[in-house]
Design a protein around this ligand. Structure first.
Ligand code: SF4
Length: 442
């Protein structure tokens, strides 16, 4: 846990020797707490103070990277229990398990389907992250399937195998892709630790009990394998949530380094609805990776949407750049619609304009990411603001008809806006769903 300036001061020599460049030890401590200076500037620290201060500057939950390049997945490094305290930083990875007992053709079809699970929502591309290859057959078959998956998909890999001998044969071919080894247990911990170190791969620590997990993470760290992910096995949702909460509390509130790692969960529900509800629960609290069986669009889209929402900053509304957007082959005769720069408002209007198949201009006004009614109530969506946006975006020059369409909810401002903008104001529908018929009848 990060120490306060006063906590740090208690660990300093308190001689005010000024060798660090600060007038007093207290001034140095305050800067160190703000991360404005590095620890090595004080040459007089005791070994004990140094190790305590170094430990306090580490993130309470380690950032773990799986995979390489653009598609690499970063998980962990979370700092809060509740997202309203700050935000959750690294969205949990979503992935699927492929067993080496499946036929090659079946695997290729699955990979094809998984690679198509891409969705655009409020301007962001949503997609899944991982494929876990599960070893159930011999080493040769496992190697073949790992190769097949690695060559036919760009996803980060998880190698689900706890036989160090088999992993030693597979890892040289895929080590450059930084796969996640799943995993180390009480029986193989030393051998897996050696492999993790040799191939610089992160490792999943597997055990049913929290005490055993702590022993295993300590054993692996002492071997130099420090990029770890925790897996406490398949359990009921109730038990799992209790465990996930305990692990995050121990890491954040008790600074227990043995639990300061992200958590992997494999869902084993038979019913597809149950599977998705379970996964949704763990997205909210506190999974680092979730492995699923089902790969249907409706399931994955709902989870990706939830993940997108959970991992946004609750104090900052999602917003788009405030400017004039041309939709379709918009010309100077095309209608000009006004909305706010709240992503959900803009993309809802955009979707309906596109559905109307009528090219149009949309001016998104900078309302600091507030929706129409909220912005109007907060005086961020006023005639003055709209006129300012029209001028900045040269929107009036883009059309020859001098007409603006405003959302129906702010019809009350039409007179004032007409006066201030010099444009004819047309009041549009209250709900975006009314836009297609409105535009067709305009
Ligand atoms: S160098 Fe260390 S002991 Fe000297 S003033 Fe700075 S913090 Fe204090």
């Amino acid at each position: 846990m990060a120490l306060s300036g006063l906590d740090i001061y208690k660990l300093l020599p308190k001689t005010n020797c000024r060798e660090c460049g600060f007038v007093t030890c207290l001034a140095f401590a305050m800067q160190l707490a703000k991360k404005g200076v590095s620890l090595d500037k004080c040459p007089h620290l005791s070994d004990e103070a140094k190790s305590k201060l170094q430990a306090s500057s580490l993130p309470p939950i380690k950032l773990i990277t799986i995979g390489e390049g653009e598609k690499r997945l970063e998980i962990g490094n979370e700092t809060v229990l509740f997202r309203h305290e700050e935000k959750f930083h690294h969205p949990c990875g979503l992935g699927f398990i492929i067993e080496d007992s499946e036929a090659d053709e079946q695997i290729k079809k699955k990979l094809e389907k998984i690679s198509q699970l891409k969705f655009e929502r409020i301007g962001q591309q949503l997609e899944v992250d991982l494929i876990a290859v599960k070893q159930t057959k011999d080493s040769k078959r496992f190697q073949e399937v790992v190769k097949l998956v690695s060559q036919n998909s760009g996803f980060s890999l998880i190698l689900m195998c706890n036989d160090p001998g088999i992993l030693k044969e597979v890892l040289p071919a895929v080590a450059a892709k930084k796969p996640l080894i799943h995993g180390a247990n009480a029986e193989n911990v030393n051998d897996i630790g050696k492999l993790a170190k040799e191939f610089k791969a992160p490792v999943v620590v597997c055990s049913k009990g929290l005490d055993d997990i702590a022993d295993l993470t300590k054993a692996l760290s002492s071997q130099g394998a420090e990029d770890l992910v925790l897996d406490t096995g398949v359990k009921s949702v109730k038990e799992k949530i209790w465990e996930l909460t305990q692990i995050r509390r121990l890491a954040l509130k008790k600074s227990n380094r043995s639990f300061g790692y992200p958590i992997l969960i494999s869902i084993d529900a038979k019913d597809p609805y149950e599977e998705i509800m379970e996964a949704a629960t763990y997205i909210a609290k506190y999974a680092g990776i979730i492995l699923l069986k089902s790969i249907e669009n409706w399931q994955v889209l709902s989870l990706l949407t939830l993940r997108q929402n959970i991992y946004t900053d609750p104090q900052k509304p999602l917003q788009i750049e405030p400017k004039l957007y041309q939709i379709g082959q918009a010309s100077d005769k095309s209608p000009l619609l006004i909305t706010t720069n709240f992503s959900l408002s803009y993309y809802t209007v955009l979707g309906e304009v596109e559905a109307s198949k009528i090219p149009a201009h949309i001016l998104s006004v900078d309302t600091e990411g507030m929706s129409v009614l909220t912005a109007w109530a907060a005086e961020k969506f006023t005639p003055e603001k709209i006129v300012d946006s029209l001028n900045k975006a040269h929107a009036k020059e883009a059309v020859s008809h001098n007409k603006l369409i405003i959302p129906g909810y702010v019809a009350v401002m039409s007179g004032d806006l007409e006066e201030k903008s010099g444009c004819q104001i047309i009041v549009g529908p209250k709900e975006a769903a009314g836009i297609p018929s409105f535009l067709k009848n305009l």
